[in-house]
Design a protein around this ligand. Structure first.
Ligand code: NAP
Length: 223
């Protein structure tokens, strides 16, 4: 498959660090899914991976025993299920999906005990702390990461919201009893950004009163 690869010898500005290369399609474990990528979203973690700071994601993974000396980033995607591992039951070949980026080991006792997987010891961010992200023809994900693609969104729209949307949602609704309630005011710093634009919509949907800070008049209409 073709992929936008980062290699350690190219660490630096993303325009230099990413290069199109042909690599093998990753093998699937029993609970893995291969998704044919229709659109990929860009996040800051891809910039960090390209620059090799604050961590060298390739070296970090190789120290844990992975063989690949390259990184395929990309933590947002929409696409079509292309193949499934033998124990996958929640999706089938041909399903149109959006991918969330939280990964953990299937046998993580913390997660199996019903605790918050984002706080578990094996939690990783797909396409940053894992290889085989969405900047390629195919991406390897875990079965639970596949969510239905909203039919009214284009592929590009569907690939844009999950990481920022889930992050903003978690901040506003994920820590009961300290959750956003109807009528409450909310200051959103950086309202025109990825997280900020999602936070405005999530707050409005909750009946709260979002107040956004932006850098200039040109951002007002967007917010
Ligand atoms: N993307 C994710 O999923 C994710 C997940 C976890 C944490 N984060 C963190 O959340 C933060 C926002 O991420 P993002 O993806 O939403 O980034 P983004 O789309 O680039 O948005 C950043 C916003 O910050 C504002 N900003 C930039 N420099 C500023 C400054 N010096 N003072 C005040 N505001 C400034 C910008 O405002 P204007 O547009 O008005 O110029 C922009 O809207 C980052 O710190 C990121 O590391 C992101």
């Amino acid at each position: 498959m073709l992929a936008q690869l980062i290699r350690a010898e190219r660490f630096g500005e993303p325009r230099d660090a990413f290069k199109e290369e042909a690599v093998r399609i990753p093998e699937l474990g029993p609970r893995d899914v291969l998704v044919y990528v229709m659109a990929a979203g860009v996040n800051y973690n891809n910039v960090w991976a390209a620059m090799g700071i604050p961590i060298d994601v390739i070296k970090t993974r190789m120290k844990k025993g992975e063989k690949e000396d390259f990184h395929i980033g990309g933590s947002d995607a929409s696409g079509v299920v292309w193949a499934t591992g033998k124990d996958v039951t929640n999706v089938k070949v041909g399903d149109e999906v959006v991918v969330h980026c939280g990964m953990w080991e299937p046998d993580d006792a913390f997660v199996l005990a019903g605790k918050d997987p984002m706080l578990g010891p094996t939690q990783r961010i797909w396409g940053y702390e894992s290889n085989w992200g969405s900047f390629a023809q195919y991406t390897k994900v875990q079965d639970h990461m596949c969510l239905p693609k909203p039919p009214h969104l284009t592929w590009e729209e569907a690939a844009a919201y999950m990481l920022v949307g889930a992050t903003a949602y978690r901040m506003l609704h994920g820590w009961p009893p300290n959750v956003l309630r109807p009528g409450e005011p909310l200051l959103i710093w950086g309202g025109a950004g990825g997280l900020g634009s999602m936070a405005i919509q999530i707050a409005a949907a909750a009946g709260a009163r979002p107040v956004a800070v932006v850098s200039g008049d040109s951002k007002n209409e967007f917010c």
